[in-house]
Design a protein. Structure first.
Length: 218
C-alpha cells in the first residue's frame, strides 16, 4: 500500500494548515475547554476518551502518544481515571497555540510532554487520536483522505501494542450534514488498517453519532 508523503512543513500542508488555524481560533475564543476543541461538553468529550482507552492495559508502566492532544484534556482524564497508572505521555498537535497552552498547564509534570507535530513523533506502546479527522473544512476529499492515510500509517509504525482513532458516522439517508465534516463509512478505514497488518475492533452504539476503531498491532 502506498505511503503518502507529508508536506515539507505544517504551514505548507493544504489539509492541516487550515485546521491548525481553525483550532487556534477556537482556543482563543473559548479557552482550554471542550468548546475550545469543538466538543459541546466535558461528558461528551470524555465519553470518546473512554472508548479509545478500551485499547489500553495500564496494569504495568506504559508509554502513550496522544495525537491531536489539544490543550491536554486526555492527560487530565488519565490523571483522574487512571490515577495509579504509570504513563509516559507525549501529546502532539498541529496548532502551536494548543501546544503552548498544554505546556503551560502541565509544566510541573515530569511524565508528560507536548510537541508541535502532525502525528506521533516517537515509538510508544499505544497511540490515540480523538476527533482529528472530523473537521475537513474546504479541503478537497482526495487531499483529506491522503492525510488520513498518512496519519494511520504513522500510528501503525509508532505503536508497539496498538492504536485507536474515531470518526463521525456517515449521515443517514436523507439526513443533512455540514459539508465541512468528514464522515466515512467504517469499512473505508478498517480495510486500510487491516492492510497494514492490524487487527481491528469496531466500537459503536455508545450514544454518539460516531464510531471508534481499536487496532491491535501485536
Amino acid at each position: 500500500m502506498s505511503n503518502p508523503a507529508p508536506p515539507a512543513s505544517l504551514a505548507d500542508d493544504p489539509a492541516l494548515a487550515p485546521v491548525a488555524a481553525y483550532y487556534s481560533d477556537r482556543l482563543q475564543r473559548y479557552g482550554p475547554t471542550p468548546l475550545g476543541v469543538d466538543w459541546p461538553s466535558r461528558p461528551n468529550q470524555e465519553l470518546r476518551f473512554v472508548q479509545l482507552l478500551k485499547l489500553c492495559d495500564f496494569s504495568e508502566p506504559r508509554s502513550l502518544n496522544d495525537v491531536g492532544c489539544g490543550y491536554g484534556a486526555l492527560r487530565a482524564f488519565l490523571s483522574r481515571r487512571h490515577r495509579q497508572a504509570q504513563i509516559d505521555y507525549l501529546g502532539t498537535d498541529v496548532s502551536a497555540a494548543m501546544v503552548a497552552t498544554a505546556r503551560r498547564r502541565w509544566r510541573r509534570r515530569a511524565d508528560c510532554a507536548f510537541e508541535l507535530a502532525e502525528g506521533a513523533v516517537r515509538p510508544a506502546d499505544y497511540s490515540l487520536a480523538s476527533g482529528i479527522f472530523n473537521v475537513q473544512l474546504d479541503c478537497p476529499l482526495p487531499e483529506w483522505e491522503a492525510m488520513v492515510a498518512r496519519t494511520l500509517n504513522n500510528l501503525h509504525r509508532q505503536s508497539r501494542l496498538g492504536y485507536a482513532v474515531n470518526f463521525i458516522l456517515p449521515p443517514a439517508e436523507g439526513q443533512a450534514s455540514p459539508p465541512e465534516l468528514y464522515r466515512p463509512p467504517p469499512a473505508r478505514w478498517i480495510a486500510h488498517a487491516e492492510a497494514l497488518g492490524g487487527s481491528v475492533q469496531l466500537l459503536g452504539r455508545y450514544g454518539l453519532p460516531e464510531y471508534t476503531l481499536l487496532v491491535d498491532g501485536t
